[in-house]
Design a binder for this molecule. Structure first.
Ligand SMILES: Cc1ncc(COP(=O)(O)O)c(C=O)c1O
Length: 425
């Protein structure tokens, strides 16, 4: 076999790379590199391995299913893992959502949700929010506004997408109430000036902003979106791809507000690492989606569905939602202590185990340089963290839902050392 450093040059550089670790195996909250180094993984493969790496029950379900049926194409047959998965999902999505379509990636499912909304309403336009990330396919790029890098060189993108402000209070420098009032006013203006309600199929929103900066909106935000959607018969689509599947301490982040969306999109944590995504809606809505007008060869793959069934059961039976709440509270507490010690850690925010730490320069500007230095110092101490945000100045914390208090304490201590080295060299 060729040396790995040689093989790396044949991997497309379009994949931006945070580390040069060659991962050999992984277990729970740890990744082991080929040279035997153990890393505490607080990236979870970007919020995917919520049950921890290679959870034994998920691995067993995959192995058993692989030996029985790898691919039972959904246009041709039903298979048991698919039928078990829809039964499991029915127990965790907010009623009256009760009908499910599967594809492979998050972007594919977002596109599916938008296609469903357009056919179900007969309207063309979609409203998204500033800072949103919904994927990298053509339509998903048009729905994405977190950074220009996701669009530059690919424009023009599909039309019919309109952007409203997201209530990111720290960015605006206002309190939650003022920020919310501003954003709702601007949304009303958008409906008056750019996309009339009668032309608007859906409002697509991340209940907690992911790639755009791990921003938790004020509690009234989703309720007001729901009210506006009901008033104008616009569909509300919740993109739960990053914030769903237990990440915020509830199955889905919308549950914190009590709001029920018309359509929910999930992926990432759904199958603990196998590619699977889902569009969920009421059956009555799904029945307005012309059969055959959407689909795909691999969607609802038998092995991926078996992994998802095991994932739901593990999260439920091992109390991982409760653990996410408990450990998330501890993590926020520790980071807020560090914020008092290091004031350039401008904002610490989060819900459950979706926590952001935003760096700001002394004159109040976004500070990506410090964020980068800090996560590099964490990496040197075998803690994996990522950044996010339009300016890449937010360190995002997304440990697995199985994380222990001891692992949180270890990570917080490594972060403290890294902050100390960065600010007091
Ligand atoms: C909120 C959200 N939506 C959509 C996507 C796109 O998912 P995928 O990368 O699987 O296409 C992501 C991925 O990071 C995401 O965080």
């Amino acid at each position: 076999m060729r040396e790995s450093h040689h093989a790396e040059s044949f991997v497309s550089p379009v994949w931006k790379r945070y580390t040069s670790i060659v991962a050999e195996r992984a277990e729970g909250a740890y990744i082991y590199s080929a040279d035997g180094t153990r890393y505490l993984d607080f990236t979870c493969g970007i919020a995917v391995t919520n049950t921890g790496h290679c959870h034994p029950r998920v691995v067993r379900a995959i192995q058993e299913q692989a030996a029985k049926l790898l691919h039972g194409q959904v246009n041709i047959v039903y298979h048991r893992p698919l039928l078990e998965l829809v039964e499991e999902l029915r127990t965790i999505v907010p009623p009256p959502i009760d009908c499910f379509f599967f594809s492979n990636s998050g972007a594919e499912a977002v596109e599916g949700a938008v296609k469903l909304a357009r056919q179900a309403t007969g309207r063309p336009n979609i409203i998204v929010f500033q800072g949103s990330f919904h994927g990298r396919t053509a339509l998903a790029m048009a729905l994405t506004t977190s950074k220009t890098i996701y669009r530059a060189g690919y424009q023009p993108l599909p039309a019919g997408i309109f952007v409203a402000p997201y209530p990111y209070a720290y960015r605006y420098g206002w309190d939650a109430e003022q920020t919310l009032a501003f954003c709702l006013r601007e949304l009303e203006v958008l409906l008056k000036t750019q996309t009339a309600p009668a032309e608007t199929a859906a409002i697509l929103v991340e209940p907690v902003l992911g790639e755009g900066g791990y921003v938790v909106p004020p509690p009234g935000f989703l309720r007001e979106l729901r009210r506006l959607c009901d008033k104008h018969a616009i569909l509300l689509i919740a993109d739960e791809i990053q914030c769903g599947f237990g990440r915020t301490g509830k199955w889905f982040a919308v549950e914190h507000s009590g709001v029920v969306p018309d359509i929910m999109v999930m992926a990432k944590g759904l199958a603990s690492g196998l590619p699977l995504s889902c569009v969920a809606a009421r059956r009555e809505l799904m029945e307005r989606w012309t059969p055959g007008s959407h689909g795909g060869t691999y969607g609802g793959n038998a092995v991926a569905c078996a992994a998802a069934v095991a994932t739901v059961r593990v999260i439920r039976e091992e109390g991982l939602l409760e653990n996410a709440q408990r450990q998330g509270t501890l993590l926020l507490h520790r980071l807020r202590e560090l914020q008092r010690e290091f004031p350039l850690l401008g904002d610490v925010r989060g819900l459950g185990l979706m926590v952001g730490a935003e760096f700001t320069t002394p004159d109040g500007e976004p500070d990506p340089v410090t964020a980068r230095q800090v996560i590099e110092r964490c990496l040197e101490r075998q803690l994996l963290l990522l950044t996010c945000g339009t300016y890449d100045n937010v360190v995002r914390w997304m440990p697995p839902l199985i994380v222990t208090a001891e692992q949180i304490e270890t990570a917080a201590e490594i972060f403290r050392q890294s902050l100390s080295l960065t600010f007091n060299p």
